[in-house]
Design a protein around this ligand. Structure first.
Ligand code: SAH
Length: 354
């Protein structure tokens, strides 16, 4: 089956040409597809044609299996179903500057971070560019139908973060293709300045990514002030020392002119003392960057715990005193298992139990 969601309009036109269809059909199909319609809803295509094409090509590779809306902050957690029976998670977060969708880039993950639920069963497979885009299309369709919204306001996802399950730079080609698809004006256009890509620090890929000419914000999961601590939490630290990760960040900043965001999940007993904060401030000194502090979402399977608000505040004060820009990241959707990997795991476990 051909997956049309992973194609540009020009590519869909070429495909339609191969099917012996006139050019205007490509525009119709492309428009419907990006509004979330499946073949049977494309009512300005003859029925016989829809039936023929549906046997050959996929226009909606992602569907919403479950959705949970937080009573606290309207965050929506999605469980997205893929055509081969796998599922991945996405989270829609409501900010005053627009809705942000967190998408997955792989089914599972093979990076093995000690605190992360997404990696517990390893990586099942990469998502295709069309599936990543399909997550956005599905969320947009949800938003257009959401109850209680202003009917005159055209709601859609404004910003995208690649922070769901998976390591985006471990699925490099499809992720880059996906990012380029966001530039298709007739499709699902999203400004790349509103896109953030988070990596655990695959150094050669970070350098290559800096060359792509894609102005996305690079986020790097640092989680430690030195390699000794980082290796306890992140196996990838054995392959790429922190010094090389920070050099790659400087290279990215130099190439793109954009600051890098460091993510730091505060984990009780590992990386959260004032000494750790001092060391972190020292290694980041002079860099055009921002630190996002996140109290670890405890993952019972891993036996790791988050920290108190007081610990976060103390850590933050040390960074601020040393002129490192830092904030504590707001937690969203606490009542709906907003953190990555939790809902998918829960669902798979329930399927196994029944
Ligand atoms: N593989 C990429 C992106 C996916 S994870 C990366 O490593 O950056 C998105 C972010 O959530 C990462 O910073 C990751 O380290 C963090 N994260 C994973 N599990 C977490 C948990 N239990 N609590 C807090 N943050 C977590």
């Amino acid at each position: 089956m051909t997956e049309l969601t992973g194609m540009t309009l020009a590519e869909v036109k070429a495909w339609c040409g191969e099917q012996g269809l006139p050019g205007f059909r490509a525009g119709q199909i492309f428009g419907w597809m990006h509004r979330g319609a499946d073949w049977e809803e494309m009512t300005n295509l003859p029925k016989a044609l829809r039936e023929k094409l549906s046997a050959e090509a996929v226009v909606q590779p992602v569907r919403i299996l479950q959705q949970r809306r937080s009573a606290i902050d309207d965050t929506v957690k999605f469980l997205f179903g893929l055509r081969d029976g796998n599922c991945v998670e996405g989270v829609l977060m409501r900010y005053h500057h627009g809705d942000t969708l967190c998408i997955s880039t792989q089914v599972g993950c093979r990076m093995g971070c000690a605190f992360c639920a997404s990696t517990l069963e390893g990586c099942v497979r990469n998502l295709t560019a069309g599936e990543m885009l399909g997550e956005i299309i599905a969320a947009n369709r949800y938003l257009s139908q959401e109850e209680g919204g202003d009917p005159d306001e055209k709601k859609r996802v404004h910003n995208v973060v690649l922070m769901g399950s998976g390591e985006p730079l471990d699925n490099y080609d499809e992720v880059v293709r996906f990012l380029r698809l966001l530039r298709e004006e007739e499709g699902t256009p999203i400004s790349l300045r509103g896109v953030s890509l988070s990596t655990c620090g695959l150094v050669p890929r970070m350098r290559r990514f800096a060359e792509e000419g894609l102005p996305v914000t690079l986020c790097v999961s640092l989680h430690a002030p030195n390699d000794r601590i980082r290796r306890q939490l992140m196996p990838i630290a054995n392959t790429y020392p922190m010094e090389d990760v920070l050099d790659a960040c400087r290279y990215y900043i130099g190439k793109t002119g954009r600051r890098v965001i460091f993510e730091y999940a505060m984990t009780e007993g590992f990386n959260s003392s004032e000494r750790d904060a001092e060391e972190l401030a020292h290694v980041l000194r002079g860099m055009q960057c921002h630190v996002n502090l996140i109290p670890l979402n405890s993952v019972p399977e891993r036996g790791l715990q988050g920290v108190s608000e007081e610990t976060v505040r103390r850590f933050l004060r040390v960074l601020e005193a040393r002129h490192i820009s830092a904030t504590r990241r707001r937690e969203m959707g606490d009542d709906i298992e907003g953190a990555c990997g939790q809902l998918r795991r829960r669902t798979i476990q329930q399927q196994m139990d029944t």
